[in-house]
Ligand binder design. Structure first.
Ligand SMILES: [Zn+2]
Ligand SMILES: [Zn+2]
Length: 373
């Protein structure tokens, strides 16, 4: 089979569509799982956290406690706590605050991510933009959340906030430094297939005194201190959220994402279906054309073979083929219906890109044997 460029192009488009669909499905799944988890989280006021007492054994999380007692006796409700709290950020030790590079903001988690942005020539010879993290400097000091309004003594510590599945921080600096332009660098980059556009540096901080919503596993120590940590630290499927958005906004962000994913899946699914339809239709059409060509070739060959020599077949000039003026008219061209060609001339017309009737110039769709008597 000869090389079919159209087929390759359609296959390429279908593959690309499949990759996008796969990505969308994955995002849809993870966002839906996040929504489910958020809806299951128990809304707790930090000031009311004191009501939860520690499990009997020392330093065990609620989850571990629950797991080691498959049939908990009386306090079933206390054995599994996935909670959502909102409060004001405060360092455990005031002397250990982190500072932004410009010294204007202080906070408890500080992160500077440096990315190189380049256009890269990929395997299929296209230039695409690529980001690569070249430096990620992050620090966290022990911190806790205090009730938003009341000056209650109760507080809850956040353990390893940097491990959160969803971590919103305040961006204090976002700088792009373009790479110096020089012809030699450009040429070298072109040969290497990689042009550096510049570096992007983003500095983020969770500020002291800001309001943060934390959704995670509540752990109560036997001394009454509490902390919230990532539930994944004991193989739970629930994610750990740290966000400056109030709970409802966080939830609706994911709900919006899910609906965007849903519509995009419909869109790209539709595109995929159209590509499939076109591929199948083109394949069928090609097959039909090939079959029709062979049946036409058969007719023409038979006509050539059954033709009588001209001297045994005296005919009037009006019956001669309009092209060669030698052979008899043997073929009817459709749909115009002109009987004007011999088989030899029809074969010549077949070799041309466009088949047109020599009398009226209409396109020839089909031919048949003509009987002239
Ligand atoms: Zn002819
Ligand atoms: Zn015609």
């Amino acid at each position: 089979m000869d090389f079919d460029f159209e087929f390759v192009l359609e296959g390429f488009a279908l593959g690309l569509d499949g990759i996008v669909l796969g990505f969308l499905f994955k995002s849809y799944e993870s966002c839906s799982a996040y929504i489910e988890a958020l809806k299951e989280a128990e809304q707790v006021d930090i000031a009311d956290l004191g009501q939860f007492s520690a499990p009997k054994s020392r330093n065990r999380s609620w989850f571990q406690f629950w797991k080691s007692n498959p049939t908990p006796s009386k306090d079933t409700s206390d054995s599994h706590r996935y909670v959502c709290v909102r409060g004001r950020v405060e360092p455990v030790d005031n002397s250990k605050l982190l500072q932004s590079n410009d010294k204007l903001s202080t906070g408890v988690i500080h992160r500077v991510v440096t990315k190189e942005i380049a256009t890269v020539r990929n395997g299929s010879r296209f230039w695409v933009e690529e980001e690569r993290v070249v430096k990620n400097v992050q620090h966290e000091v022990p911190w806790r959340l205090r009730p938003e309004e009341t000056r209650s003594k109760q507080s809850v510590q956040i353990s390893d906030g940097l491990s959160a599945d969803h971590l919103d921080m305040t961006v204090v600096r976002d700088e792009f430094t373009p790479a110096p332009l020089s012809f030699s660098a450009w040429l070298g980059g072109w040969v290497a297939g990689q042009q550096l556009k510049g570096t992007q540096e983003v500095e983020e901080i969770i500020m002291e005194g800001s309001l943060v919503t934390a959704v995670g596993e509540l752990v109560v120590n036997s001394d009454g201190t509490m902390y919230i940590r990532s539930p994944s630290s004991c193989n739970q499927r629930f994610p750990f959220f740290l966000s400056n958005m109030p709970f409802n906004d966080l939830l609706s962000t994911y709900e919006n994402l899910v609906s965007v994913c849903k519509w995009s899946i419909l869109l790209f699914g539709g595109v995929g279906a159209v590509i499939c339809y076109l591929m199948i239709r083109n394949r069928l059409r090609q097959r039909y054309n090939r079959r029709r060509t062979t049946s036409e070739d058969d007719i023409l060959r038979q006509l050539q073979q059954s033709r009588l020599p001209p001297d045994e077949n005296p005919q009037g000039d009006w019956q001669r083929c309009v092209v060669c003026l030698t052979n008899n008219r043997e073929v009817i061209v459709l749909p115009c219906g002109h009987v004007c060609l011999c088989a030899d001339c029809m074969i010549l017309i077949n070799q041309q890109e466009q088949r047109n009737c020599p009398v009226c110039r209409q396109q020839i769709v089909n031919i048949a044997r003509a009987f002239v008597s």
